[in-house]
Design a protein around this ligand. Structure first.
Ligand code: ZN
Length: 208
């Protein structure tokens, strides 16, 4: 299978899982993957349903912003992906979803807390950026700047952008970020405002 075909298959799997797991409604968010060792990435086209992605759903875009092939109608949020790849050469996948607990807690002014081992291990650190219009340079630049220091960025009143050296890792981070938001929400319902993964152990987690 070609590198394109393999990446498309992996992204389509992530899209199906993200919708099935309630991380996003079917058309909310977009997914991308850098072609290994190249200056190009595949990104979902505008209006595509994440649980119905196939080879025709993707645009091929250069890091210079030029459309290089595939679906002519790339997602309006393509710059979010492009700017992140430019500042993070180690990142090969950007998973942008609109998970509800993550967005809600952040909008209410609560910090999403990492509580379980998986959440602490995979997410490690969360940054946030304020609301900017979807598809804008401001949003793309702010998210890329925030991504210099971490792999999970909450986009205010909008969603998240989770990064990985692989598609699987980017998605695992998105899943754990939303799970962290969900358990933080439950903590708040129970009256708890400070529970986190034990700080003395957090520092000693192996790096991923
Ligand atoms: Zn979005």
């Amino acid at each position: 299978m070609s590198a394109h075909g393999d990446l498309i298959e992996q992204l389509a799997d992530v899209g199906r899982s993200a919708v099935a797991q309630g991380l996003v409604l079917a058309s909310g968010g977009n997914l991308s993957a850098r072609l290994p060792g190249s200056d190009e990435f595949l990104v979902t086209g505008t209006g595509t349903y994440l649980d119905r992605l196939d080879a025709g759903s993707f645009s091929l875009v250069g890091l210079d912003g030029e459309l290089r092939g595939g679906n002519r109608d790339r997602s309006s949020e393509w710059k979010l992906h492009q700017r992140t790849y430019l500042v993070r050469p180690d990142v090969n996948a950007v998973i942008h979803l609109h998970p509800q607990y993550c967005v809600l807690l952040d909008a209410l002014g609560h910090q999403v807390r990492l509580i379980s081992l998986d959440q602490a291990y995979y997410v490690r650190k969360i940054a946030r950026v304020p609301y900017f219009p979807s598809g804008s340079d401001e949003l793309a630049d702010a998210a890329a700047e925030a991504a210099r220091g971490c792999n999970a960025v909450i986009l205010g009143f909008h969603g998240c952008s989770c990064l990985g050296d692989t598609i699987a890792m980017g998605f695992r981070r998105a899943q754990n970020l939303e799970q962290a938001a969900t358990v933080t929400f439950r903590c708040l319902q129970l009256g708890n405002t400070d529970l986190t993964f034990p700080p003395e152990w957090f520092e000693r987690l192996a790096t991923v």
